[in-house]
Design a protein. Sequence first.
Length: 342
Amino acid sequence: MSEDSSLDSWFLHEKLALKLLSENEAAELASQIPDPSQPFAQSRRIDLFERAIASYLQRGDVESLHVEHLRGRIAPGRLIWLEQAFYFKGLSAALDRIKRRGDGAATFYGMLATNESVRVNGSYNAARITCSTAFGKLSGRQRQFILGYIEDVSGSAIAVRPIVIAQRWLRPSTHIPNFHPSDPCHVWPGDVDQFAEVDFKTRLDMSDLRLLKDLPEALIKEYFADILGEPSVPKDWGGEQFDLWTNDRLSIEGKQLRAAIAFKGPAKFAPMTIATLGKNGDQIDRLAQTAADVLVVQHCHQITAPVINMLKAYASDYRNPRRYMTIDGFNTIRILRHFGKL
């Protein structure tokens, strides 16, 4: 398993996890499981499964539920992962039922972070929790990583059968420091070396956005290309993967990174939604198909949470973790003003 990703599981269905592995991999894992009489045998057993699942996700063909929903590929039996906030309920009561009659299920639910009209829910056998810490991690509103199968699709509800519920630790493959679990893929504009002198604390309000209302998208793209020192500015066309590509002009903490940038000008002078980004939001999908180390979306107005969550879902893919950044209208103004473009 790569040092750049790992799991701390709170719930683990070992039988379903084994089915993800090849026969040889399952046999290898089984050969390493310690005798239950050995010290810390259970902790070692869980660790082996966590490593096997993380390794599988890095090499397997598993998309996030957010991406599959965007692409219209939601169907029972499909293996998916997602990482977002859920409401967890009933764990203590489920454990009490297990003591009395041998079985007990707890539940979770939440609205899909990239489409708040879609409800995601599921249940899990409380007997399969992995440690005492699970009581706190699987109670109330918690952000967790879930790998599992789509069990049912009914109207605007998606039922998921979890294989593992866990804290995911991920560090983008660009090996930028600050390895932590909250959102290691996210980049603030102020983290970019080329924007280091910009005062991002300048107070702005909604009326300031009018400064961008008559600025064409093509001109904003040229301004950013000039600020980054990127000499090649491609012309727009319908099927492009990005509006601006820079191979080595953008850097973070001195490390040069490839960046693919999508610009959205004032043609729709309103907060950016998924629908703003082409049919079914496929502009983010195309952006993510590039070899970029950083995926960037810029807009002349506000950028809504579903857009940010979708960008994050692509950037935090186990198979190719990388960075992502949004530059809303307010930060666009701050950057352009600093460089004398406004």
